[in-house]
Design a protein around this ligand. Structure first.
Ligand SMILES: NC(=O)c1ccc[n+]([C@@H]2O[C@H](COP(=O)([O-])OP(=O)(O)OC[C@H]3O[C@@H](n4cnc5c(N)ncnc54)[C@H](O)[C@@H]3O)[C@@H](O)[C@H]2O)c1
Ligand SMILES: [Zn+2]
Length: 390
């Protein structure tokens, strides 16, 4: 028998540009932010664009569709709409079934978009996840421009590199990693948020501050009365800083596509994801993260990792922003008394792959990863939340 050919291996290096632009009134005709990033693959071409808009956003901004049409006519030298703006449901339900996804794929097909076209997604984190997944899979990837419109999506999810929809009752079970062509945070959109969506981004800001940046945590504490009192400038500043820290973590954290087990930005999230699921998404992501953070902070205090004063300061901050730090779903139990939310630990491990890795803090800005949690301490921490806030 002749010898086998030698095995081959090579490294493929593909640079990704990751851009985050801040603006106000992105669809005002004189605003050129979007035009700056609608770059043709070959110079001189006019790019074809499909815009997908969150229905909840359109309700809050009734003239949005007209503004988008007017913007594209003002910038017709650069870009053209391949189809009228697509209206899609916003919120978690949009990620729950295949119908909205199929609708977007159908719109992409009938508008004959190609990999030189762009999809512009305007809306909350759920809409961005949904449209992002449709864009990532159609033609194996059509460039996506995200315009996040909630505090959570501007400060956290929208600046990241993930998309996905829910399947088998599990969050983001079906999804992809991929760098958006650009993210445009239009701070004006933050003005119309109802209280739950306004505070959601604050939970993620507190999370990223606790994990990465003690000075930012101190700033949030110092501004908390202003923010809670409705001061918009203070609120914008916190969301913009949160966005920057999340953005910097993508390139600076060393693992943008989450190949390893550590997930530093998922502090408080193992319980949050399970709580959202147990509540049938009655509890929104931000509210669930606030509870998950409180739970992990108490866990860290009870196991001697974190001092009581810092734990209380962070919990008081969450309360100051209006978070309810208990949910009845935390009390759902199996017949043997085992709390269902604790199953979130194993689901978190399964979703990450590899070994369990739960981010915790010793002090703001100083993180460590735990590879096992003592379930009796988790139970005691939930009891404490129930007794204090239930
Ligand atoms: N891909 C990721 O990395 C990642 C990370 C964290 C969270 N997420 C996902 O993000 C989703 C949550 O996103 P969210 O908190 O932005 O909520 P959301 O997308 O569910 O939106 C909440 C509500 O606000 C409405 N809305 C959007 N913009 C508005 C505006 N400017 N004014 C008034 N209403 C507006 C929406 O229509 C919706 O009804 C979850 O599905 C979560 O899993 C994804
Ligand atoms: Zn989150």
């Amino acid at each position: 028998m002749p010898d086998l050919p030698a095995n081959l291996a090579q490294t493929l290096t593909v640079p990704f540009e990751h851009r985050l632009l801040f603006t106000r009134d992105v669809f005002a005709p004189e605003n050129t932010t979007l035009a700056q990033v609608l770059t043709p693959r070959e110079s001189g071409e006019r790019v074809r664009v499909l815009v997908a808009c969150d229905d909840g956003l359109r309700t809050a901004w009734p003239s949005l569709t007209e503004q988008i049409l007017a913007w594209f006519s003002a910038h017709s030298a650069v870009a053209e709409l391949a189809a009228p703006p697509l209206a899609l449901p916003g919120g978690e339900n949009a990620k729950a079934t295949f119908a909205p996804l199929e609708g977007i794929w159908a719109a992409i097909a009938s508008a004959h978009l190609c990999r030189h076209s762009y999809i512009v997604a305007v809306g909350g984190g759920a809409l961005l996840d949904l449209v992002g997944f449709a864009a990532a899979t159609a033609h194996r990837g059509i460039p996506l421009i995200r315009i996040p419109t909630t505090s959570l999506s501007q400060g956290d999810s929208g600046v990241g590199v993930k998309c996905g929809v829910n399947l088998f009752g599990k969050k983001n079970w079906l999804g992809a990693f991929g760098t958006p062509h650009a993210v445009i945070n239009d701070l004006s959109f933050l003005r119309s948020l109802p209280p739950r969506e306004r505070r959601a981004g604050l939970a993620e800001a507190i999370k990223v501050a606790l994990i990465r940046d003690a000075a930012f945590f101190a700033t949030i504490c110092a501004r908390s009365d202003n923010i809670a009192g409705g001061n918009h400038a203070a609120f914008e500043e916190i969301i913009a800083t949160s966005a920057r820290l999340h953005f910097e973590h993508i390139a600076g954290g060393g693992d943008p596509f989450e190949r390893g087990s550590a997930r530093p930005l998922d502090f408080g999230h193992w319980a949050a994801h399970k709580l959202e699921q147990l509540s049938g998404f009655r509890v929104g992501h931000g509210d669930a993260v606030a509870i998950g953070l409180a739970l992990d902070l108490i866990y860290a205090r009870r196991t001697g990792l974190l001092d009581a004063a810092t734990c209380e300061q962070a919990i008081a901050l969450l309360r100051r922003f209006g978070f309810d730090l208990h949910a009845p779903e935390l009390e759902q139990r199996r017949a043997d008394g085992h709390r269902l939310v604790i199953d979130g630990l194993e689901e978190f491990r399964e979703h990450l792959g590899g070994r369990l890795s739960i981010p915790m803090i010793r002090t703001p800005g100083v993180r460590l990863d735990l590879h096992e949690l003592d379930q009796r301490v988790v139970d005691a921490a939930i009891d404490e939340l129930r007794d204090r806030h239930g």
